[in-house]
Structures are given as C-alpha cells and as structure tokens.
Design a protein around this ligand. Sequence first.
Ligand SMILES: Cc1ncc(COP(=O)(O)O)c(C=O)c1O
Length: 316
Amino acid sequence: MTPVTLSRTHTKAISEVNGSMTENPFAPRTGLMVWMGNEIVPVDQAKISVFDHGILYGDGVFEGIRIYNGKIFKEAEHIKRFWESCKAIRLNIPMSSDDLSRAMHDTMRANGMTGDGYIRLIITRGVGALGISIRRTANPTVIIIVDKIALYPPEVYERGLHCMIASVSRNHPNTMNPRIKSLNYLNNVLAKAEAHEYGADEAIMLGVDGHVCECTGDNIFIVRNGELCTPGTWEGILEGITRGVVMELATKHDIPVRETSLVKHDLFIAEEVFVTGTAAEIVPITEINKTPVGDGKPGRITKMLMEDFVAYRNAQ
Ligand SMILES: Cc1ncc(COP(=O)(O)O)c(C=O)c1O
C-alpha cells in the first residue's frame, strides 16, 4: 500500500477548513536544545517512538526543578525523589546520579542558561510491545528540557489565588500513590480544568475520604492560631521539596509546624492559606469557593515566608 503523506500545505488547508489555528502559540521556542536519550539535539529532533510506554501508558516519571542564578536549586533532593519514583515503578535509570547531574548541566550550557530557569527531567519506560507488561520493554529514555516556566500570572502573587474545591478526588495512595511523580497527571489535569470552568485559578483536591490533599501542582498549608498545618504524606500528596523548605523556614521563626489531616472546614476557618511548589514557589490563597480566606488578603505569615523563601533561594 502506498503510504499517504500529508504535506504541510495539506495540513494547513485542513486546518483552515476546520477554522482552527495553523500555528501553535504554545510550541517550544526555536533554538531550544534538548537532552534526548544520550545526546543533546535541537528541539525539533527530540522525538520519541509512538511505541514508547511513556506515551502508550503514561509509564514513566518526571521532576520539575528550578534554576536560580545559573545554579540548580535543591538538585540532590530532586535527584533523590526521581530515583525513589523510579524505584516505586520498578524502572531502572540507565545512568548514575552523577551522570544525570552532568547531563542536566550540559543541557543548561547548550541552552546558554546562566540566569533563572526551569528543568523538566523525564524518564519514559522506553519502547515496548503493545500491552502494559514492563517485561516487554527496553531502553528507558531520559529527556531533559531546559526552559522557563510561569505557573501563575504575576498579579496572582499580589492578590492571591482564587481556588475552588474540585469534585474530582486526588488519587488514593493505594491506587497510584501521588508520592510517585508519574507521567500520568490526568487526575490533576481534570481538577485544573474544573477550576478554570468554575472561573477559579486553581483547584484544591480532596482525597476520597474528604481529607484535604493538595492543589494540582502544589502542596497546601493553612495557618490557624498562629500554627502552620499541612496534610501528611499518608493523605495522598507529593512530598514537595518546596514544602520541606517552608517547614524549615517556619521552624526557624519558631512558628509551630504540624503535618495533620485537614478537612474542608479547616480551609474555611483558616487565618491564612497558601501553596508551595517548585514552579509556583509560594502563593497565597485568598478565596476558596468564592469565600474569602481570612480578610481576603495575603496573610502576614504567608508574606513573611514568601520573602524568606526569596532570600533562601538567592543564598543557595
Ligand atoms: C501534585 C504536586 N504536588 C506538589 C508539588 C510541589 O512539589 P515541589 O515543591 O517538589 O515542586 C508538585 C510539583 O512538583 C506537584 O506536581
């Protein structure tokens, strides 16, 4: 059978008939260099097979890592979590942690990254037979993207996030434990879509038991009676690295910190609520289900931790 090839013009014509855009405004910028397997290639050559189990089944894991001032922030912690996620899904990383670190630095250099940026580290199970068996796969692929990220628009850091409580539950730890930073983020994708449909910036996700877990790409904290409370890992959350830094910073200020179970009511009566994450850093939440948190403005402790965090990361 003669293979059918769609030329670019052909694709364009079809797009025009459908009335959709021919250009993707979210396409990666030209000139970006990507670590692909074991070499650095231009982004348009960074391709994986349609038989890779990463795409067929979301079988793989990733990390999101910040670069501040040309230095990788909390590199050892991210590499450790990457190893732990891989161990949990029985995926052997085909390189040592030193080689992985070198690959990240090489990719930064290839992109002339000397300021602030972001690294997306990915490993896919590799090419395999159709069917989910990990025994019928080979050659996991490591991918490293070095670029910029902005999770929320700048004004959100001033006015605070407006959140809604999603109807979709966070994965129960006995299903796909959220401590594994897996390539399947559909759970979170659906919650975020729900938040946008509702007119909110972000979704707060509860577990199947109604306990507060986290947001779609961030951990959550509340302040009550001057104490910082955050859901424990048993609830089904990612054990966030920024979460750890915030707990450390609060302790330095003699603010008590407690990992505990929280329910919706705790969110509504909290003095302050905020989220933490690599991409987001620290962001106040000032509205939940259209109800103001505290007086509806970013709280004192949140603002202090935001300032502290900037000083902390600049000192690294
Ligand atoms: C679901 C989820 N929770 C929490 C976080 C925050 O974790 P970290 O501070 O390590 O970025 C992230 C981001 O990585 C995430 O995707």
